[in-house]
Design a protein around this ligand. Structure first.
Ligand SMILES: [Zn+2]
Length: 166
């Protein structure tokens, strides 16, 4: 069982703290059923800082291989995750700038005295999973089936037609 990580997010940033850990497939609450058992443990690292612009920030990075069922053949398909996310902590939602001012390289999190880090880790995993993953056709188990379903060569039909006519 992966240890829980509850942090005071603002304090974590102020003290420039860092946590490194791994999370196993079986410990993912929401993503678990979307992934197949070939999923490996994922390494993650959370660090905090007060940046030069005096903003409290959290940085989350996560790497590892997950497996999802291919939507064509249902066989597992490995996906290498390499996530790097930046969060700016705000006191409440009113401090989050409107969408149009938003820059893509970071997100906002409302500061919490008891923030569950694994929830954040899992949010990032869910966001990174493809919506309808499919193998490349050359790697997919239904490749043979697709080939069989191909229409017959039109010239072959023509050849048969000629035979019938003569
Ligand atoms: Zn497939």
């Amino acid at each position: 069982m992966t240890a829980q990580h509850i942090i005071n997010s603002l304090e974590f940033a102020r003290k420039s703290l860092e946590i490194r850990d791994t999370i196993a497939h079986s410990d993912l609450q929401r993503a678990k059923d979307l992934l197949t058992p070939e999923t490996e443990s994922l390494d993650w690292r959370l660090s905090g800082e007060i940046s030069a612009d005096k903003k409290a920030r959290l940085h989350l990075s996560l790497t590892g291989n997950v497996a999802v069922p291919c939507q064509r053949c249902l066989e597992p398909m490995m996906i290498a995750l390499s996530i790097s996310s930046e969060f700016i902590l705000v006191k409440d939602e009113s401090e989050i700038p409107p969408e149009e001012d938003d820059v893509k390289d970071h997100d906002y999190l409302v500061a919490e005295a008891e923030m569950d880090v694994l929830q954040l880790v899992e949010d990032e995993i869910l966001l990174a999973l493809p919506y309808a993953p499919k193998h490349e056709i050359k790697d997919c188990a239904v490749k043979a089936e697709v080939n069989e379903r191909k229409a017959p060569n039109p010239f072959a039909v023509l050849r048969d037609f000629k035979v019938v006519k003569s």
